[in-house]
Ligand binder design. Sequence first.
Ligand code: DGP
Length: 140
Amino acid sequence: MEECIFCKIIKNEIKASTIFEDDRFIAFLDKSPIFKGHTLLIPKKHIETIFDFSEDYLKDLAVETKRIAEGVKKGIGCDGILLINNNIVSQSVPHFHVHIIPREKGKPLRGFMWPRTRYKNEIEEEEFKEKIEKAIEMLK
Ligand code: DGP
């Protein structure tokens, strides 16, 4: 089976513009950035989606995400940061990655995450709220 592209980046078999690396994580520039400076943060362990993480690794990922996002913001002097992560659907590389994307005021995302939808009414919104609330309760 063809090996994962991001595992090859970790092993230095594919070149990437690496901006940070330690024993658990690596961050590098996305090869097709939404905006320049668009960075990907990935675990060095081959973990496919958020659902496959251990809690400890995920906690470290949250801390690392904040640090790298701060680095991108300070490093290029952008106004803000968009964090996104595709799991399964729209996930083109099956190795978990957080997109850390620089944002500038007045520079909109084009055709990305829009158009938004609306709930038909408050009853429908309540139904969605309850389904998710119950599922979370069961996870405790
Ligand atoms: P997603 O669609 O959420 O799975 O995002 C995958 C991202 O990975 C996409 O923005 C492009 C980036 N990408 C894919 N292959 C490579 C690569 O070989 N090098 C780098 N630097 N980025 C890659």
